[in-house]
Unconditional design. Structure first.
Length: 341
């Protein structure tokens, strides 16, 4: 009898809460079209696993990027003598620059040779020095190396997308803790990048203007910092907890169209935001991602910082991303930290 009393009458309409979004939201990311779930109740869920991030490594003895192990890697170019930044051919490349182009398609199967470019930018001689601890001169050298590497890749035919990325910490996908970046040249644009380009072209066709420049003006509530050359903000539909966009104000479709001074400012902004994130989350793994398209001039190039404070779960694997922290709350806290630094 008691169970019957507890059952709800299906004909009775429940009162609509005053704020239907109080417990969470599903937002659409204007950059990609992906969905982002902000499930606020999940932040208090019980955790059975210890997830403390340990930023440590085996030490210099096992690191192939140490100056004294110079001969382990093939140099592309260097900055400084002795080198302060060294760009090398990836010893374990994703793409092979000397692979012949071949494409096969039969029945339901398709394959290509893995033609492309895989460079590693070793941005410090010091094993333990993290990017967010760099001085301005070191960041200036890094900016020069990034620009020269990307320009060199784009001098080759068939490359239409260059992906700049930095992995730091175990959760970032990185395997070596010595500070470094990777620059990858793709002959075939990845699907998620095509999705970003599609959103840009749709907006351009409908409104006649740049999607990201329009978005930057509308993201005032989630703005992190701004100066004469750039703006940084937490996007309305963060795909990851603490995700931020760092965007040059000048419209360029590839990072290598920026001046060294403009890229220096972008990287300095990344450093500031990562340091603020470290105060907000504690020292953690992170990725920095950069998107450069050669032919599609409608695309506005930008960098992203992705704090890796949680693991990729099954929800993300079906295409729903998100966080248990609202972007508005995150950006408010980061602005407060930045104002005191």
């Amino acid at each position: 009898m008691d169970s019957k009393k507890e059952q709800k009458n299906p004909d009775e309409k429940e009162a609509i809460p005053e704020n239907p979004f109080a417990n969470g939201e599903i937002r659409t990311d204007y950059r990609t079209g992906l969905k982002s779930v902000f499930a606020l109740s999940r932040k208090d869920r019980p955790m059975d696993y210890l997830a403390k991030e340990v930023i440590d490594d085996k030490g210099k003895k096992y690191c192939p990027f140490e100056p004294e192990k110079y001969d382990l890697n093939k140099t592309f170019f260097e900055i400084g003598n002795p080198w302060r930044v060294r760009v090398i051919y990836n010893k374990y490349p994703v793409f092979e620059y000397d692979a012949p182009y071949a494409h096969e398609n039969w029945d339901i199967f398709e394959r290509y040779t893995n033609y492309g470019f895989s460079f590693v930018i070793i941005d410090s001689r010091e094993h333990k020095l993290r990017f967010e601890q760099f001085l301005d001169g070191q960041i200036n050298d890094l900016a020069e190396a990034i620009l020269e590497t990307e320009n060199s890749i784009y001098n080759h035919d068939g490359i239409d997308f260059v992906y700049l990325n930095k992995n730091f910490g175990r959760k970032s996908g990185g395997t070596l803790s010595h500070s470094h970046w990777q620059t990858l040249g793709y002959f075939d644009m990845p699907k998620i990048v095509r999705a970003r380009l599609k959103k840009v072209l749709e907006f351009k066709g409908k409104h006649g203007s740049c999607l990201m420049e329009y978005a930057a003006k509308k993201e005032e509530e989630r703005k992190l910092l701004e100066n004469e050359t750039l703006i940084a903000f937490a996007p309305f539909a963060q795909l990851y907890t603490g995700e931020s966009v760092i965007m040059p104000k000048r419209h360029v479709s590839r990072i290598s169209e920026l001046s060294r001074e403009e890229l220096l400012e972008l990287l300095k902004a990344c450093k500031r935001i990562i340091n603020a994130n470290n105060k907000y989350f504690g020292v953690h793994s992170y990725n920095i991602l950069g998107y450069s398209l050669k032919k599609e001039k409608e695309f506005h190039s930008y960098l992203e910082i992705i704090p890796r404070v949680s693991d990729i779960g099954p929800t993300q694997m079906v295409g729903y991303y998100g966080s248990n922290i609202m972007p508005e709350d995150y950006s408010r806290s980061i602005r407060d930290i930045l104002s005191k630094s």
